[in-house]
Structures are given as structure tokens and as C-alpha cells.
Design a protein around this ligand. Structure first.
Ligand code: 8GP
Length: 714
């Protein structure tokens, strides 16, 4: 990385687009996994699709999100390695015949999966991991018969159909869209990857029967949940195994991580689509289901309601295959990504499955890589850590605990040095804000940051409501000693997610008013940085003073941005949700700014028919914020713009912003007071860093190795 300082190279790096091959936290976690597996010397491949267009490019026009295609491969990619020898056929459609007593699938269409490798180097080792991405190619270059008939367009039709499979990453984080193409993508990924794993195994070990002992097929959420069905098909149809043996191998190999409890994110494919595209897999899923339900009936006789709840086929309305159920049934281990999430997973989403197989479920809390998110992103802080505790933290994040003593020692120079390192990072971010959106912000102000996908449950709106309340309070009492703040937002909204896009618009409308109000006198600034991605994140995380982790308790599975912030010495204002809880426990709750209802209180309030109006009536500050939104203060040209938003908050408020508002604002005041004591703040921030040892992705991968991927004892 030292070479990055050379002017030519730094400029080149700045021009390189992010490989935006995922949507949000799930993909970024996978990137951390590859880094850790390379560093720890685990032999592993990450499989994915080589999307021509990644996550869309977010532009802001007149305060609104506009999506443009992310043409990241426009100038080619110097890092990818085409592997001409690694090509597999993937079939779609057609029918299943009986041949010599065996089922034989004859697809109506076949495309080629071409492997394109991206090498991920480990830290301080010659070991690497491979991200293998599949590119769809037509199995024949031209439909020559159609061409000879003069039907030139038709002669190339199949090319389009083959390439469409890795054309665009679905920009939707929560709802399956473009159903048919999405299912095609998922099967294409699974088939190519499982064929590749089997081929490698047979090459190295000679016999498919030992596949489960030597390989782990880990499902990163349900998008690859067809993998066990594909493995069954290959073991039975191509390798001639009997069902029971194939199933034992499949279960031994397969494991699954659930990354969200949001019901709208649960994938289910209609039977007609599934059976039409994957007729042999339909048979296999039916057979898995029949055997599984027989087991359920044997365990729980005369309980057909339970059978209906557990079935891989959802019979409510149009019949659909439940991919999460398939993933659970086919796996020997299923994990959630934080202690709270894993508990809620077995109490709610998978309660019936957990009753069947309690030992199958476990928690493995997420982690992040200190190599990228501290060493690479924050050179000033890294140098400070090296000077005080040595360089070992890069591979052993627990070494950060040694910061506790100097951080806790009054007068120790590390506190002032930390503030200087933070100021350098804030100055860098301030320059970026000026360059990108033309807003001048003061690096000495408190940088209050929320960066993540825009989603109602993550409650960026609660943050905006606080900004409005603060603006009103400053205007009402301008002579008070207000702690200057810069509130920074970044994040993409799914293109079809109206409520999330309204929040982006509101942030811009509020920013326009607040940033130009002379009465505020620069004590409050709001910045929305467009096109959030890894490159932007690398500048923002080191510069944050305050990390906003304010999801409704029980909704954020884990969060990983929360960890990247704390690792860079930001203090967290957060709800008792996801991995915030474990972070607060590891760091010390008194170093955290915790507020709001806890999961059980959220559940209780919902059960008692939550009435947001009661909270509004009880809070004059909240009432006045909502009035300002509703009366067009921030949208004078269109006073009704936020009427529906305010009505939703007053009538339904599904994520309980109204119930948490007062506590949130009070806690923000506490933050102001704490920040004003600069030495005390430095101590607090350093203690946050010191407690981050358990949130290294190396610990996470270690747990997967031991508890999920380890071969069973012979
Ligand atoms: C995310 C969770 O929302 C986040 O809390 C967690 O840190 C991250 O996964 C890594 O575990 N979940 C998703 O991105 C997700 O579930 N996406 C699929 C539903 C589309």
C-alpha cells in the first residue's frame, strides 16, 4: 500500500470503480470473509455472478435519487482472470424422462457458465482466496439455420438470453423482483458452482462419496438455496447414487446463514415458474418435502397445522416453494448473525424447525476485517495504534485491549494524539463533502454519521426528525452554547421503494433550509453524500465522531457498519438491537449511548395496539417537528409533499419512531455534553476501540470453521 502514495498510482486508484457486486451488508460481509479466509489460510472459494452492471449508480437530481446503470466494466477490469478451461453447461426448462429406471432431465435450453476469477490476497501470507464469478455465454455462437433463412435478429436471440443472466444485479435489497430472471440467475450460480466443487473434489479425491467430508457448501442467505437440490440432482442423476446416500452427503456439506427476519425478504418461488424452469429440481424438492413431512408427522402425530407451517411448499394462495425452509431442511447447521438475531430466529421465523432440530441452530456474530477498515482506510489511527500497542492488531484484534490502560490514564498523550488523528480524517471528509456537494463543513464540529442502505426499519427518518428538532431549538434559543454538528448521510434506496426515496428527498429538503439559515450560524449542517459504496465508506468511517445505529429493536440482524465505526474510534448512539448489544457489552455499556425501546417492549407495544398519536400528544417537540414537515416548511413549492409521510407516522408508524423520539433526542443532548469534554471524549472513543477485539472477522471465521464447517468426528 505504500506505493499508493506515489502521485500516479493514487490517481489511478481514485479512478478505479468499486466492484459493486452486492447490495449492502450481506455482500460486504462476504468480502470480509474472503479477506479473513485468505489471511487465516483457509482454502475457500467465494462464488458469485460476474454482473455486467453492479449496484446502480445513485445520482441526486433536485434532491431526489435517480438511478443510473453502474457500468463498472466499461474500461475492463485488470484484476480478473478468465479461466478458459473452467466451463460448465447449465440447463433450463424442458422435461424429465425415465431412462433405464433413472430420471433424466432434458433441458430445452443450455447456456455455458464461464469462470472468471478474482484473487483476494491474505494479509502477511502468500495465501489467497478466489472469488469465482460466472459469466453466461451462449452454447453456440449463432443460430445458423435462422441466419440462413435471413432471420438475422432471430439468429442472435439466444446470445441475448444467455448473457442476460449476468446482466444486472437486482438493486432491490428486500423484495424479489423480475422473478423469472432472478430465479434463472440463482440457478445459474448454484449449478455452475456445485459442478465446479464436484469436479474439483473428484479430481483431487477420486470419489464423490467423500464430498461431504471434504467440502462445505455454505449458503449466504437463501439466494443460493438451490445448491443442495442441484447437488442431489448431480449425485443421483450424474453419479448414480441412491437417494439416502446422496442426501447424507448433501446435508453433511450444506450449512446456511440467515441474514434477516424481515418477512418481505423471504424468497418463495411460484410452483409454475419453478417447475417450468427446473422440472427435475421440482421433483427433488417434492421428494425432500415428502420425506421431511413424514418425519414431522412421526414426531408430531395429528398436527396437520404444524405440517402446513413446516412444508417446503407454501399453500396459502398461489403455491410456492419456500427457499428458507429448503435451506434449513438441507443444512446440518443454520446460524444467525448476532446473539439477539439468532434468538429471535429460533423464537419466530424458524420456531417450528428449532423444535424439530434444536441442535441445528446456533449463533455466530458477524465481524469485519481490520485490514481494510482500519489499516487501509485510516492510516493516521493505524500509526497511532502501532506506536502504542505494536502492529499485532492486524491479525489479532484482541490486542486492542491493551489500549485500555493508556486510554484510562489521565494526562496520557494518547488522548490528544487520537483527537489529532481524528481531525486529520475529518478534514479529509470535509474536503470530500466540499468537492462532491459544494457544502463547507467545519472539521471541528461533531461529525454525526448514518451510512447504510435506506430502509424504514433502519430509521434514517428518526435521525432527520432529530435534525429538525435541533434546528427548531437553535432558532428558538440562538444564544445558547450549542455544540456545532455536521450530520452526514449516505445510502441507496431500492429503486421501487417509495418510502425510502421520500426519506432521501426529505434529507435534501431539510438540508437546503438548515444549511442556509443565518440564525443557525453554521452550528448545524446536513450533508447527503451520493452514491454510497466502499470507496466513500473508506473516507467516512475514519472521520465519524458519532455512529448512528438506530434501527427499531429486533429488526437489524447484526449490522457491520456499527463495527467499522467503533473500530475507527466513533462512539455509538444506538438501540438495543443486532450486534450493538454485544458491542456495548464488550466495550462497556457506559461508553455507549443506548436509547429506546427494547425488543420485548416493542413486541408488547405492538400487541397492545400501538397508538403513535399518544406519543405525539405527549411531546411538544415532536408535535412541532411533524407540524413543520406537514406545513411545507421544507417544501414550500409543494406544501403537501410530506403529508402522507406525517400521516403514516401519526397513524401507523410501523417502526415506532414516535415511541422512541423523546429518548433519542434526550440521548443526543447527552452526546453533546460528552463531546464538549474533549479529553473525556477521547478516552471514551479509545475505550470503544479497545473493546472491538471480538468483532474481528477472523474470530467469526474461526467459529464457522469450528462449529459449522468442521468435518464430523469419524
Ligand atoms: C444484512 C442485515 O440487514 C445486516 O444487519 C447484517 O449485518 C448483514 O446482512 C450481514 O449479516 N442482511 C441483508 O443484507 C439481507 O438479508 N439481504 C437479503 C435479503 C436480501
Amino acid at each position: 500500500m505504500a506505493g499508493a502514495d506515489a502521485p500516479g498510482l493514487a490517481e489511478l486508484i481514485a479512478h478505479e470503480p468499486d466492484a459493486a457486486l452486492g447490495n449492502g451488508g450481506l455482500g460486504r460481509l462476504a468480502a470480509c470473509f474472503l479477506d479473513a479466509m485468505a489471511t487465516l489460510g483457509v482454502s475457500a472459494f467465494g462464488y458469485g455472478l460476474r454482473y455486467e452492471h453492479g449496484m446502480f449508480q445513485q445520482m441526486i437530481e433536485d434532491g431526489r435519487q435517480v438511478e443510473r446503470p453502474d457500468d463498472w466494466l466499461r474500461h475492463g477490469s485488470p484484476w480478473e482472470l478468465i479461466r478458459p478451461e473452467l466451463r460448465y453447461e447449465v440447463g433450463f426448462g424442458g422435461q424429465v424422462m425415465e431412462e433405464a429406471g433413472r430420471r433424466c432431465w432434458q433441458p430445452s435450453e443450455t447456456i455455458i457458465a464461464q469462470a472468471v476469477d478474482f484473487i483476494v490476497p491474505g494479509h502477511g501470507t502468500s495465501h489467497v482466496c478466489t472469488l469465482r464469478q460466472w459469466n453466461g455465454q451462449a452454447s453456440r455462437p449463432i443460430d445458423f439455420e435462422a441466419f440462413c433463412r435471413g432471420e438475422h435478429l432471430a439468429s442472435a436471440q439466444h446470445l441475448h438470453s444467455a448473457e442476460a443472466v449476468n446482466w444486472v444485479l437486482y438493486p432491490d435489497d428486500s423484495t424479489p423482483a423480475g422473478r423469472e430472471l432472478r430465479l434463472r440467475q440463482e440457478y445459474f450460480l448454484c449449478s455452475a458452482s456445485v459442478q465446479d466443487m464436484l469436479a474439483r473434489h473428484v479430481r483431487e479425491c477420486g470419489d464423490v462419496r467423500s464430498f461431504g467430508q471434504r467440502n462445505a457448501v455454505h449458503l449466504n442467505d437463501t439466494h443460493p438455496a438451490l445448491a443442495p437440490a442441484e447437488l442431489m440432482r448431480l449425485l443421483i442423476d450424474a453419479h448414480g447414487l441412491e437417494w439416502d446416500e446422496a442426501w447424507a452427503i448433501t446435508q453433511q456439506a450444506t450449512s446456511y446463514t440467515n441474514h434477516t427476519l424481515m418477512p418481505e425478504a423471504l424468497e418463495a418461488w411460484s410452483l409454475s415458474l419453478f417447475a417450468g424452469m427446473l422440472p427435475r429440481h421440482m421433483e427433488i424438492v417434492y421428494e425432500i418435502n415428502a420425506r421431511f413431512l413424514a418425519e414431522v408427522r412421526a414426531r408430531f402425530p395429528n398436527d396437520e397445522e404444524r405440517v402446513r407451517r413446516l412444508s417446503l411448499i407454501d399453500e396459502h394462495g398461489e403455491r410456492r416453494v419456500r427457499m428458507a425452509a429448503l435451506a434449513v431442511v438441507a443444512s446440518h447447521k443454520v446460524n444467525g448473525v448476532s446473539a439477539l438475531h439468532s434468538r429471535l430466529m429460533v423464537e419466530t421465523l424458524f420456531a417450528d424447525f428449532a423444535q424439530m432440530w434444536p441442535g441445528r441452530f446456533l449463533n455466530i456474530t458477524n465481524g469485519v476485517t481490520p485490514r481494510r477498515w482500519l489499516m487501509q482506510a485510516n492510516p493516521e489511527l493505524s500509526a497511532l495504534l502501532d506506536a502504542h500497542i505494536g502492529p499485532a492488531w492486524r491479525r489479532d484484534l484482541g490486542a486492542l485491549a491493551a489500549l485500555r490502560t493508556p486510554a484510562g490514564t489521565a494526562g496520557h498523550p494518547i488522548r490528544a494524539q487520537f483527537l489529532a488523528a481524528k481531525l486529520a480524517a475529518k478534514t479529509r471528509l470535509a474536503a470530500l463533502i466540499a468537492r462532491e456537494i459544494g457544502l463547507v463543513v467545519d472539521p471541528a464540529s461533531l461529525f454525526d454519521v448514518q451510512i447504510k442502505r435506506i430502509h424504514e426499519y433502519k430509521r434514517q427518518l428518526l435521525n432527520v426528525l432529530h435534525v429538525v428538532a435541533r434546528w427548531q431549538a437553535i432558532v428558538a434559543d440562538p444564544t445558547r452554547d450549542w455544540q456545532p454538528r455536521t450530520v452526514v448521510f449516505a445510502g441507496k434506496a431500492a429503486s421501487a421503494y417509495f418510502a425510502a426515496k421520500q426519506v432521501i428527498r426529505l434529507i435534501h429538503d431539510v438540508a437546503r433550509v438548515v444549511n442556509h439559515d443565518p440564525r443557525v450560524g453554521g452550528r448545524l449542517k446536513v450533508a447527503f453524500l451520493p452514491n454510497y459504496g466502499v470507496s466513500l465508506a473508506e473516507v467516512i468511517f475514519p472521520a465519524a465522531d458519532l455512529s448512528e445505529q438506530i434501527s427499531t429493536a429486533g429488526t437489524e440482524a447484526s449490522g457491520t457498519g456499527n463495527m467499522k465505526f467503533a473500530l475507527n474510534g466513533a462512539c455509538t448512539i444506538g438501540t438495543w438491537d443486532g450486534a450493538n448489544i454485544e458491542m456495548a457489552q464488550a466495550i462497556g455499556e457506559e461508553q455507549f449511548f443506548v436509547f429506546g425501546l427494547r425488543t420485548e417492549q416493542v413486541q408488547a407495544l405492538r400487541e397492545q395496539c400501538y397508538q403513535p398519536g399518544r406519543f405525539i400528544d405527549a411531546s411538544p417537540a415532536l408535535q412541532s417537528v411533524l407540524d413543520a414537515l406537514a406545513d411545507g416548511t421544507f417544501s414550500p413549492g409543494e406544501p403537501h409533499r410530506y403529508h402522507d409521510l406525517v400521516r403514516t407516522l401519526a397513524e401507523r408508524d410501523p417502526y415506532l419512531l414516535m415511541a422512541d423520539f423523546d429518548a433519542y433526542v434526550a440521548t443526543q443532548h447527552e452526546v453533546d455534553r460528552a463531546y464538549a469534554d474533549r479529553d473525556g471524549w477521547a478516552r471514551r472513543a479509545l475505550l470503544n476501540i479497545a473493546g472491538m477485539g471480538p468483532f474481528s472477522v477472523d474470530r467469526t471465521i474461526g467459529e464457522y470453521l469450528e462449529r459449522v464447517w468442521a468435518p464430523p468426528a469419524p
